[in-house]
Design a protein around this ligand. Structure first.
Ligand SMILES: Cc1cc2nc3c(=O)[nH]c(=O)nc-3n(C[C@H](O)[C@H](O)[C@H](O)COP(=O)(O)OP(=O)(O)OC[C@H]3O[C@@H](n4cnc5c(N)ncnc54)[C@H](O)[C@@H]3O)c2cc1C
Length: 443
C-alpha cells in the first residue's frame, strides 16, 4: 500500500532537491518525503554508473574498520608494486592524489582507527533495521535478507593477527561464532579447504540485488508523490546566503533546500560553493558468475584477497579491490584477472555459464568518515556523502538524519564527527564559515 506523506497543503510544503540518485540520495529523498516535504531527486546517469549498483550487497554493520589500519604505511609500497595485491594506483594520477593520499595515510594508526570506528558505528551499526524501516510497505522490502556476515581466514593464527580490529568490534557489541576444522566445513563446505577458519558475525543482512532494491525504492518514491528528473546538476543557486535551487543541463529548478548526495562526484559541486572536501574516487570491481554450480551460504569476506563473495539472484558476485585513478577510471583487465584468479583459489570447483564485469567509484574521504552536515555559509544546502566501503550499509540511517536536518529537526545523534568543517578549519579564518567541529583533520 502506498502512503502519501505530503499531507501539508502543497503551497506550504518546502521543496527539497536531492542531487544524486544512489542509495544515499534515494534514502534521503524518501525520508524527506516522509517528513512532509515536496521532493525532487535529480540524477545524471544510468543506474550502472552508481557505486550503489554493483556493490557486494552486504549490510555490513561490523565493517567499522577503515582501509587505513595500523601497519598499512609499511605494507603499502609492496602492495601497490605487487601484481597480486588488490590495491592499485594509476601512476599518472599520482600528482593529482598525492595530497589526499598523505592525509589519508596519516590516519593509519590505532587512535584514529578507534575514533573512525566510533564515528561509523552510529551510521552503520543498526543497518538491517534501518533498511527495513526505509523500505517498510514497499516492494523493496523483499530484497532484504537477514543473515550472518562471514569472514574467512587461512587458520586461527591468521585470524588472531587481526585481533586489534576484532577487539574494536567486540567493544562495540558485535558477536560472532568461530568455526575451524570440521566445524568450518559444516558451517559452509563450498570453500577451499586451505581456508580453514571462519568467523560468522550474527545479526547482519544482505540486499539480494542492489539494483533491484534501488529500482523498487525509486518506484515507491514516485508513487508516494516524489519526482525524479534525469539531468546533471551543474551548480547550486543561492541568494543572500540561502539556497534557491539548482542549475541543471535542462535549465534551472527552484527549491528551498538542496541535499548534495552525489557520491564520489559531490566535491565537484561543493567546490563551486567555495568548500573543498577531500573525497577521492576509490574504484572497486565486481565479476558476476552466472548460473553458478554453488554459492556461499552467506556473504563472505576473504580479507587476504580483499574480496566479498555474495549470492545474488541467479549469480555469484565477487566484489572488492581498491584502485586510485579518479572518476574517469574505467577499470583495467589485470584487476579483473586478479579477481578471477582469487575466485579460483577460494572456490576451486566453481563452474558457471558466463561472467559479467563492472567497476564503480566509492566516495572516500581522507578520514573514512562520511560528511553529514548543513553548510553554514549557504543555508539550506545539506551534505551527505563519503561513505567509502559502507555506503549501502549506512545509506538508510544517513537519509533519515539528513531528512531530519532538512526539516529543521534535531536528530538524536551527535553530528560532530560528520561535520564538513573538520576539513576546512584553517580556511575558516579567512573564508566561508561552517559548523564548528570538535575534531579536525590534523594533516
Ligand atoms: C566493489 C564495491 C563493493 C562494495 N560493497 C559494499 C557492501 O557490500 N556494502 C556496503 O555498505 N557498501 C559497499 N560498497 C560501497 C557502496 O557501494 C558506496 O559507498 C555507496 O554505493 C555510495 O552511495 P552514494 O549514493 O553515496 O553514491 P553513488 O551510488 O555513486 O550515487 C551517486 C549518484 O550521484 C549522481 N551524480 C553525481 N554527480 C551528479 C550531478 N552533478 N548531477 C546529478 N547527479 C549526479 C551519479 O550519477 C550517481 O548516480 C561497495 C562499493 C564497491 C565499489
Amino acid at each position: 500500500m502506498i502512503t502519501r506523506h505530503a499531507d501539508k497543503d502543497p503551497v506550504d510544503q518546502p521543496h527539497v532537491i536531492v542531487v544524486g540518485g544512489g542509495m544515499v540520495g534515494i534514502a534521503t529523498a524518501i525520508w524527506s518525503l516522509h517528513e512532509g516535504n515536496a521532493v525532487t531527486l535529480i540524477d545524471k546517469s544510468a543506474p550502472e554508473d552508481r557505486a550503489s549498483y554493483g556493490n557486494a550487497g552486504v549490510l555490513a554493520s561490523a565493517s567499522v574498520l577503515p582501509v587505513t589500519m595500523p601497519g598499512l604505511l609499511t605494507k603499502l609500497p609492496k602492495m601497490v608494486l605487487s601484481r597480486t595485491e588488490p590495491i592499485f594506483l594509476r601512476w599518472l594520477y599520482l600528482p593529482r592524489i598525492a595530497l589526499w593520499a598523505t592525509r589519508y595515510l596519516s590516519h593509519a594508526n590505532a587512535t584514529d582507527v578507534r575514533r573512525i570506528s566510533s564515528a561509523l558505528f552510529p551510521i552503520v551499526g543498526n543497518s538491517l533495521e534501518d533498511h527495513f524501516a526505509l523500505s517498510k510497505g514497499t516492494e523493496a522490502e523483499a530484497f532484504i535478507k537477514p543473515c550472518d556476515f562471514a569472514v574467512l581466514y587461512k587458520d586461527r593464527d591468521t585470524f588472531l593477527k587481526d585481533a586489534f580490529g576484532w577487539k574494536i568490534r567486540s567493544d562495540l557489541g558485535f558477536k560472532w561464532s568461530e568455526h575451524d576444522g570440521a566445524n568450518r566445513d559444516s558451517y559452509d563446505p563450498v570453500f577451499n579447504k586451505s581456508l580453514g577458519f571462519l568467523a560468522a558475525l550474527a545479526g547482519h543482512g544482505q540486499i539480494t540485488d542492489p539494483a533491484g532494491y534501488m529500482e523498487a525504492l525509486r518506484k515507491y518514491l514516485v508513487a508516494a508523490g516524489g519526482r525524479i528528473l534525469s539531468a546533471e546538476v551543474t551548480n547550486i543557486l543561492h541568494e543572500n546566503g540561502h539556497a534557491t535551487g539548482v542549475m541543471t543541463t535542462d535549465g534551472p529548478v527552484t527549491a528551498d533546500r538542496i541535499a548534495i548526495t552525489a557520491g564520489a562526484w559531490s566535491p565537484l559541486l561543493t567546490k563551486k560553493l567555495g568548500v573543498k572536501i577531500p573525497v577521492e574516487a576509490e574504484t572497486g570491481y565486481h565479476i558476476e558468475f552466472w548460473d553458478p554450480s554453488f554459492v556461499p551460504r552467506v556473504p563472505t569476506l576473504v580479507p587476504s584477497k580483499k574480496l566479498i563473495f555474495s549470492q545474488m539472484k541467479g549469480r555469484l558476485r565477487v566484489a572488492g579491490a581498491v584502485e586510485f585513478g579518479g572518476l574517469k577510471n574505467k577499470g583495467q583487465d589485470k584487476v579483473f584477472e586478479l579477481l578471477k584468479a582469487a575466485t579460483k583459489d577460494v572456490l576451486p570447483d566453481l563452474t558457471y555459464s558466463k561472467e559479467t564485469r563492472w567497476v564503480g567509484h566509492r566516495p572516500a574521504p581522507t578520514d573514512s568518515v562520511p560528511i553529514i552536515d548543513e553548510l553554514s555559509t549557504i543555508k539550506g544546502v545539506f551534505l551527505g556523502f563519503g561513505h567509502q566501503h559502507v555506503g549501502l550499509t549506512g545509506s538508510a540511517r544517513t537519509g533519515q538524519i539528513l531528512a531530519q536536518l532538512i526539516s529543521g529537526k534535531r536528530p538524536n545523534i551527535d553530528l560532530t564527527p560528520y561535520s564538513a568543517a573538520r576539513f576546512t578549519m584553517r580556511r575558516q579564518q579567512s573564508g566561508p564559515t561552517l559548523n564548528t567541529p570538535q575534531h579536525k583533520e590534523t594533516a
